[in-house]
Design a protein around this ligand. Structure first.
Ligand code: AMP
Length: 398
């Protein structure tokens, strides 16, 4: 089956056309600045040149129309006509408590995603725009939604409840949901394959370290805890997000700096994390790594504080699962950052971890980076959320 995977943001849209049998990417690309001046589409067929075209896109329907035109283009397209696209898989950020699995899209599902928009006001409405646009342009093609929160719905109550009045959970569903679920699920399953063990027999910690970052504890094939919460702001220190802080800091700084709650949330989401800690040096870990190696004090501070938080979560999740068999690193920083993995693993001697430095310096492959003697294994597994969405879509449409 040929599956079109769509990840729709408020002004951007990433896409991949994937053959679900061979699991090969036939073409991929990105629409940027949708409904903003200077809209552009980047398109790359497998084995072909990447082409960037600046062209007006009044809305997401227009963007998807351009994607479909590119895929069926006489010269650079990869399908003859749209009837070759068997299904569309959409990434949706928040499925609330309603969705613990991916589902085929119908009116009822769309209504339920709308109902969750309150919990993800920046993401769910944008995801829905992509679904509506595809329905308009490909009315007879089945569609599936894959939720970022679904994998974490197996968490027990003690992991997902906050220490708040219970009525807020009952009335407003204030609880931990967790995000990056598609990645945590894909990587933990891949780790079991890589180690040649049954997924259901393992205790795995997945560190998804990208611009957004989260850790999860996966015990016997089920997520039992994760670091992001009601929103993706909780947990690890990220590119620009603060992660865990004392909530009273918000009022304290708001008073000192005369800021509103909205302004404080902008600080926590956009100006904090590695960017804020490094005194605005960068939110990009490549710059932080370079600065760290050069001994720049802003970069050293940001790097050490980031790694310390990862280490702390690993310790917490070892406790939660009463042990761990494998720790996995994934996403932009986790996959490419040997320095970060070294700093974190240096303090995991109590788990019997011994890194194999040569393996730790490799990039871009599923690999165990500990020595054969290492009691707990550490793996680097490039995440592939698009492939996971294509697999889910093919499974449900079949
Ligand atoms: P993601 O959100 O998974 O796309 O990850 C983005 C983050 O990965 C950015 O902070 C990048 O700086 C970081 N990243 C990408 N490539 C590298 C690399 N080669 N070395 C270190 N960090 C990287």
């Amino acid at each position: 089956m040929k599956i079109l995977v769509i990840n729709c943001g408020s002004s951007s849209l990433k896409f991949q056309l994937i053959d679900s049998e061979s699991e090969k990417v036939l073409a991929k690309g990105l629409c940027e600045r949708i409904a903003i001046d200077g809209s552009m589409i980047t398109y790359q067929p497998a084995g072909g040149e990447k082409e960037k075209t600046v062209t007006p896109m009044a809305d997401h329907t227009e963007a998807i129309r351009l994607v479909l035109d590119a895929l069926t283009n006489e010269k650079t397209g990869v399908v003859k006509d749209l009837s070759e696209i068997d299904a569309v898989g959409h990434r949706v950020v928040h499925g609330g408590e309603r969705f613990s699995e991916s589902v085929v899209v119908d009116d009822d599902v769309i209504k339920a995603i709308e109902d969750c928009s309150d919990l993800a006001p920046l993401h769910n409405p944008a995801n829905l725009i992509g679904i509506h646009a595809c329905r308009k342009l490909m009315p007879n093609v089945p569609m599936v939604v894959v939720f970022d929160t679904a994998f974490h719905q197996t968490m027990p109550q003690e992991a997902y409840l906050y220490g708040l009045p219970y009525e807020y959970y009952e009335k407003y569903k204030v609880r931990r949901y967790g995000f990056h679920g598609t990645s945590h699920s894909y990587v933990s399953k891949k780790a079991a394959e890589l180690l040649g063990k049954k997924y259901e027999d393992l205790k795995i910690i997945v560190c998804h370290l990208g611009n957004g970052a989260s850790v999860s504890a996966v015990k016997n094939g089920k997520c039992v805890d994760t670091s992001m919460g009601l929103t993706p702001l909780e947990g690890l220190i990220m590119g620009t997000r603060s992660g865990d802080i004392d909530p009273a800091i918000i009022e304290y700084i708001a008073n000192k700096e005369n800021k509103s709650i909205e302004e404080m949330l902008t600080v926590l989401n956009k100006k904090s994390g590695v960017l804020g800690l490094s005194n605005n040096l960068s939110s990009d870990f490549r710059d932080i790594e370079n600065g760290y190696l050069a001994g720049d004090e802003n970069a050293v501070r940001a790097m050490n504080t980031f790694c310390y938080r990862v280490l702390k979560y690993i310790g917490a999740y070892v406790a939660v699962m009463n042990g761990v068999d494998a720790i996995c690193f994934t996403a932009g920083v986790g996959e490419n950052g040997p320095i970060i993995r070294n700093i974190v693993c240096e303090n995991l001697g109590y788990l019997g971890i011994e890194l194999d430095q040569e393996a730790n310096n490799k990039r871009g492959e599923d690999i165990v980076i500990t020595t054969p003697e290492s009691r707990t294994k550490v793996c680097v597994i490039p995440t592939n959320e698009e492939l996971a969405i294509a697999r889910e879509t093919a499974r449900l449409v079949k």
